[in-house]
Design a protein around this ligand. Structure first.
Ligand code: C5P
Length: 226
């Protein structure tokens, strides 16, 4: 039998979303990218509070805003539309200022409580592939299959660099590598729900493996374990 809840965690640009979408499509499951929610709150804070360092106000915002993702999964690899209180912020949440501030916002306990609650509600319906940093450890520790997807920092920065270039955006490899390392360090050393592999997670390093290759490996694990 196929596990009903599949959790995929790992650092930035490790391929979680690409792999997650492909896997969800193969299984006909819902794909849910939790990073979108932290990015949406960060964008809301930058827009409405012009800063992210007031924990009380940012938390208040996280508890009030309505984040919708439509459609939740796309087979063609395009970004799903993200709406913040009805406004399309799909591209805004990928901006460098969101990258630079999202880790601080995600470290706030109250923000995580609000986001985790919504994520659990979706996850517990089952038939879901949920990706993030703390899905296997905190959000859905009951997940029957937990994957910890990693890759070297250089490989991950190169992927992000190519992604930006293909979109026609200016990109500087060294800057991307540097910002990514900072974000990973912040995410894995924070006090609340830090990025780490659950004890019962299967670790996959995607260096030199295509997204399809990683999906095949996960399907193989499902065949063997379940
Ligand atoms: O996955 P993505 O790079 O879009 O995530 C953006 C940020 O959101 C991460 O760097 C992390 O700070 C935060 N995040 C989190 N917990 C999750 C998903 C994302 O703290 N489950």
């Amino acid at each position: 039998i196929i596990p009903s809840i599949i959790a995929i965690d790992g650092p930035a640009a490790s391929g979680k979303s690409t792999v997650g979408v492909l896997l969800a499509n193969r299984l006909n499951y819902l794909f849910f990218d939790t990073g979108i929610m932290y990015r949406a709150v960060t964008w809301a804070a930058l827009q409405r509070l012009h800063a992210v360092d007031d924990e009380v106000r940012v938390t208040g915002l996280a508890e009030q805003v309505q984040i919708d993702v439509q459609p939740p999964t796309r087979a063609d690899g395009r970004q799903a539309d993200v709406l913040l209180d009805g406004l399309d912020i799909t591209w805004n949440i990928r901006r460098p200022e969101v990258d630079a501030n999202v880790s601080q916002v995600s470290a706030y306990r109250g923000v995580r409580t609000a986001m985790t609650k919504q994520q659990r509600r979706v996850g517990q319906r089952g038939q879901v592939v949920m990706v993030g940093r703390d899905i296997g450890t905190v959000v859905l520790p009951e997940a029957e299959l937990k994957i910890y997807l990693d890759a070297s920092a250089e490989e991950r920065a190169r992927r992000r660099f190519e992604e930006l270039r293909q979109r026609g955006e200016a990109a500087d490899y060294e800057k991307i590598l540097d910002a990514m390392k900072k974000r990973d360090k912040f995410d894995s050393t924070r006090e609340v729900a830090p990025l780490r592999a659950a004890e019962d997670a299967v670790r996959i390093c995607s260096d030199g493996i295509s997204a399809e290759g990683v999906v095949d490996r996960i399907l193989e694990i499902i065949r063997i374990q379940h």
